[in-house]
Every structure is written in structure tokens, then in C-alpha cells.
Design a binder for this molecule. Structure first.
Ligand code: BGC
Length: 390
């Protein structure tokens, strides 16, 4: 057996809009119902985690996990500007409390892709005021839950919010404007800083960081300068902003090859996943190393890593190889604090709907019944042992 360091945190993750259900008051719900968007279906009831969270958290604890990363739905907590829902805040307080009762550390994400309709209607992330509004939301939520959080992520994958929403047009608001995307990056960084300050002010020494979508960007056939340019806007601006943070959340699924003219399709002969990504678990090691280097040694928490597949044996193979990469990083002295698998359960995969299945637990789409997959039992055992067998 090869052991992970004492205190290494093993967790799984979800996000409010992907599991809670009936989050109709945010920009994503609107986007799902816009016939001109690429969304294949509505999130609808999702996994009804809003009501089933006690059983879900108990199930994750029984599997062997020690942390649970979930997100707050801003549009439930502040349904109109300045109008705060005590019921929604109490709900998330109970979610945190349930985690503690089950021996699980609650890792709270304050923004995971969804923005209240009122804030989106006033410009969303293209509007500098949204950073201040987000900070005010962080302040209110922290005042209510701060004492129960064990770690806080301000914004999930701000680089994806900016790129998919303002350059690729696949996420709301569906824009394709390279200059605007650059401005949105700046506004999101401002929101992260202001949000982190608000969380620190209310929750004391709870570690706060942002989480970043990272790829192992590999230059091919002279694609170095193109690769560096893409990577700069996608990752470096955020990693540089994370230098003074308590941790940086690394989220990684695959590699991306870049030639002189841009990103290349999967290499011939390499297995692909439901998402169309290359099966490339070693990307996690490469991105942890890069995050550590560019942030100038901000501690790393793997806040997402996983695979969308119908073949659960491929999930086990993927995670095992990814974890060997984490061990190599630890062996080289990189401060990796924990590993979080995405996702705890099969859920709403944004524009692609319910088809891609990332979960360690299957969710029947008719009955919403949960069934742990063999990969869930396998990873839970590793979490309990805090070690990987040789
Ligand atoms: C996001 C998740 C998403 C996952 C799998 C990450 O980009 O944070 O919301 O479901 O990747 O695609």
C-alpha cells in the first residue's frame, strides 16, 4: 500500500443547479428553456437533493468519504436584489450541520455557474457591479453559515463561466465576443477577491480559494506560442490571482493538444469519454504541478476530477491512474491537501442534460433512487484506508 499524508481529505462534489432541482430563478433555467440555446433538456427536478440531502450525505459518509463539496444557490438565497431568504439560508445551514453529524467536512462553493435572474438581467458577469453584489451575497451567507464551513470556494471555474458564456456561446448569456470575455475574466477576478475578503471577514480562518478548470495543454507541431496564449487567458490570469489565497482548487478532466492554429481534436487511437474528451488521467498530475508553479506554491486542493462514462470499470481505471499522479506530486513535495471526485452522483451536465454520467452513485431518472456504483465502493475504501494498493 502507498499511503497519502495524514489528514489528506477525500471527498466528492456536486453543485446546486445540477442536483437540487427546481432552481427556476437563475440564468441557467432561463437558458435551458430558450429554444435558441444548445441545451438538450431542462434541469427540472434534478436529483431532488434539496429534499434528499440528509440521505445523500449519510450515503457518502457510509461509503467512506470525509468531505462533501456542494454549492449555495444564490438565486434562492437572494431571490431579488437585497431580499434575503431566511428559509434558504437555514436550508444550507442544515446541510452543513448534517455533514458534521455524519463526520463529513462541508466545503462550500458560493457560485457554481448560476447567477440570479435579476443580476443576469442587469448585465451579469459583464457588469462590474456584479462583483460587489457577489461580495454582498458572500457576506450574508457567511454570516449565516460561516461557523459550520470547513473550506470555502468563491467561484467555481470562473474561466469556464467567461469562456463558455462570453466566447463559445454555449453557457448563458450565449455571447461570442473575445474582448468581452477578457473583461469578464477581470470582473470575475475582482469578484473572487471581494468575495474572499467577505468570507474571511465573517468566517475567520476558514480556508478560502477559487477553483479553476485546468487542462494539460500540450503543444504539437510548433504550437507552443498558441498554446501559451490560450493557456494564459484560460488559466494563468486566475492562477496569478490565487497567489495569496489559502488554497487553489484544481479541476481537471483531460489534456488538450494545441497546434499552431489552435486546439486539436482527440488524437487518433486515444480512447474518448462520453464528453468527447481523451481518456487522459495523467492530466491531473500535470495541472497540479502547473498550479503549484504558477501560483508560486499556493497549497492545492483537487476540487474536481472524474470521468463521464457508462463503463464503471473505466472510471476505476481513470481515478486510479489520476491518484498515482497525485502521489508523484506529493512525493516531490507539492502540498496537495485532498482529492475530490466529480461527482457524488449522476446529475445535470449543463447544456448536455442528463446523458453524461459522472457519478460514483447512479440516480434513476424516473424514481430518483440512488445506487452506489462499484467505483463508489472502491474509492470509498481508498478514502478510508487513505492509501492506494501497490
Ligand atoms: C464543472 C461541473 C461539471 C464537470 C463535468 C466542471 O467543469 O464544475 O459543474 O459537471 O466539470 O463536466
Amino acid at each position: 500500500m502507498t499511503s497519502f499524508p495524514e489528514g489528506f481529505v477525500w471527498g466528492t462534489a456536486t453543485a446546486a443547479h445540477q442536483v437540487d432541482g427546481a432552481n427556476w430563478n437563475n440564468d441557467w433555467w432561463e437558458w435551458e428553456h430558450d429554444p435558441s440555446s444548445p441545451c438538450v433538456e431542462s434541469s427540472g427536478d434534478a436529483c431532488d437533493h434539496w429534499h434528499r440531502y440528509p440521505d445523500d450525505i449519510r450515503m457518502l459518509a457510509d461509503l467512506g468519504f470525509g468531505s462533501y463539496r456542494f454549492s449555495l444557490e444564490w438565486s434562492r438565497i437572494e431571490p431579488e436584489e437585497g431580499e434575503w431568504s431566511a428559509v434558504a439560508l437555514d436550508h444550507y445551514r442544515r446541510v452543513c450541520a448534517t455533514c458534521h453529524e455524519e463526520g463529513i467536512r462541508p466545503v462550500v462553493t458560493f457560485h457554481h455557474f448560476t447567477t440570479p435572474r435579476w443580476a443576469a438581467a442587469e448585465g451579469g458577469w459583464a457588469e462590474p457591479k456584479t462583483a460587489d453584489r457577489f461580495a454582498r451575497f458572500c457576506e450574508h451567507a457567511t454570516a449565516h453559515l460561516g461557523d459550520l464551513m470547513t473550506a470555502a470556494c468563491t467561484i467555481n471555474e470562473p474561466n469556464i463561466v467567461a469562456t463558455m458564456g462570453f466566447l463559445a456561446g454555449v453557457f448563458p448569456p450565449g455571447k461570442r465576443d473575445i474582448e468581452l470575455r477578457r473583461r469578464v475574466n477581470d470582473i470575475l477576478i475582482d469578484a473572487h477577491r471581494k468575495g474572499a475578503d467577505a468570507i474571511h471577514a465573517g468566517a475567520g480562518d476558514v480556508p478560502v480559494g477559487l477553483t479553476l478548470s485546468m487542462n494539460d495543454y500540450q503543444a504539437v507541431d510548433g504550437g507552443e506560442s498558441k498554446r501559451d496564449r490560450i493557456r494564459h487567458t484560460m488559466e494563468d490570469v486566475y492562477l496569478e490571482a490565487a497567489r495569496d489565497d489559502d488554497f487553489v482548487g484544481v479541476q481537471c478532466y483531460t489534456r488538450m493538444r494545441v497546434g499552431p492554429n489552435g486546439a486539436l481534436p482527440p488524437e487518433e487511437g486515444v480512447e474518448t469519454t462520453i464528453m468527447g474528451y481523451e481518456f487522459w488521467p495523467e492530466a491531473l498530475e500535470a495541472t497540479i504541478r502547473r498550479a503549484w508553479e504558477v501560483t508560486e506554491q499556493t497549497p492545492v486542493l483537487v476540487t474536481e476530477n472524474g470521468i463521464g462514462t457508462d463503463d464503471d470499470t473505466r472510471r476505476v481505471a481513470y481515478v486510479e491512474r489520476a491518484l498515482r499522479g497525485v502521489l508523484r506530486c506529493l512525493g516531490d513535495g507539492i502540498d496537495v491537501r485532498g482529492y475530490t471526485y466529480w461527482s457524488a452522483m449522476d446529475n445535470f451536465e449543463w447544456a448536455l442534460g442528463y446523458r453524461p454520467t459522472f457519478g460514483l452513485v447512479a440516480v434513476d431518472r424516473t424514481t430518483l433512487e440512488r445506487s452506489p456504483k462499484p467505483s463508489g465502493l472502491w474509492l470509498g475504501d481508498i478514502a478510508r484506508a487513505n492509501a492506494l494498493s501497490d
